[in-house]
Structure formats: C-alpha cells, structure tokens
Design a protein around this ligand. Structure first.
Ligand SMILES: Cc1cc2nc3c(=O)[nH]c(=O)nc-3n(C[C@H](O)[C@H](O)[C@H](O)COP(=O)(O)O)c2cc1C
Length: 150
C-alpha cells in the first residue's frame, strides 16, 4: 500500500495533520509528530496529549492523515481506520519498540493510535503540472524557508 516514495515523505516530514470526526459530525484536524511506519499498511502515533482525537476515534474510527513535503511540494494522504492501544494493554508494549526516538517522552505516553491504511495517495503540487522539477522546487523553497527563519 505505502510505496517507497510515500515512506520517505512520511519519514522526512514527521508532522502529520490527523483528521477525525467529532461526535457531532464536525471535522477536527490535529498535528502529530510521533508517527511511525509499522509496515506497508499500518502507521501509528503516540497519544501524548490528544484528548479530542482519541475521543473522536472511539466514536468513529475513520481518519485521514496528511504529510506535506514543503520543499518538494508534495504530499501523502492516508485514509484509514484507527484503533487504540492503551498503556495497560499487552499490545502497547509490542508497539513501543517503534517509538525509541521518543523514549524521552515515555512517561507522557497514554497510549498508541494505530491506523490501518485503506488508501494511500501521493499528491503533487500543481506546480508540477506546469513543468516544475523536483530539484528546482526543493532549492527554491529551501531558500524561501531559510529567509523566513533568518
Ligand atoms: C508540532 C506538534 C506536534 C504534536 N505531536 C503530537 C503527538 O505526536 N502526539 C500527541 O498526542 N500530541 C501531539 N501534539 C499535541 C496535540 O496536537 C495538542 O495537544 C492538541 O491541542 C490536542 O490534540 P487533539 O486535538 O488530538 O486532542 C503536537 C502538537 C504540535 C504543535
């Protein structure tokens, strides 16, 4: 399901925007930086401080995640079904091995949200439609962002 290009985009752009549906049926989008790729059809992120997202998926497990590569002007949209491993459950310990880089936050982990991917889409900016090249876009946008933070 996940291609190598999508995996690179997800790994390099680790802030996912996670969309869920509130119990009232409204959209809710929340940033999550702890996303791990479990395998070609599963992602997961840590519940550190996600009361709304975790409440929403209990009622409606439908989720969409969007990862945006601001330099290459590309995105990866993941559609899926979420489930929740709370700290007291055995499978939480199995999942923990995927989050070694966030060990410093382990005391804060309340659980892990696992997403079974039903659809994965690689999205290119319309800039590509008019002939832009990946390497040029990367250089241009790196320069723009460097200007912004300096
Ligand atoms: C850049 C960024 C990354 C974040 N990453 C995570 C994360 O990986 N896990 C988490 O539980 N909260 C994370 N948060 C915090 C939640 O998004 C924040 O507490 C939010 O207000 C409440 O989340 P909710 O809407 O999902 O309940 C992050 C926030 C930011 C700004």
């Amino acid at each position: 399901m996940l291609t190598d290009v999508m995996k690179r985009l997800i790994r390099e752009n680790t802030i996912a925007l996670v969309a869920t549906v509130t119990p009232e049926g409204a959209p809710a989008v929340s940033p999550k930086a702890t996303v791990a790729i479990l395998d070609d059809s599963h992602l997961a992120f840590c519940d550190l401080r996600s009361p709304n997202t975790t409440r929403n998926i209990r009622v409606n497990p439908a989720v969409e995640l969007n990862f945006i590569d601001v330099f290459r002007r590309q995105a990866c949209r993941i559609t899926g079904t979420a489930s929740y491993a709370s700290k007291s459950e055995a499978w939480f310990d199995d999942l923990r091995i995927h989050f070694k880089s966030w060990d410093y936050l382990s005391d804060r982990m309340r659980g892990i949200v696992v997403i079974e991917i039903t659809r994965a889409e690689h999205i290119l900016s319309p800039a590509y439609d008019v002939g832009a090249k990946e390497e040029e876009l990367k250089a241009d946008w790196l320069a723009k962002y460097t200007d912004i933070i300096n």
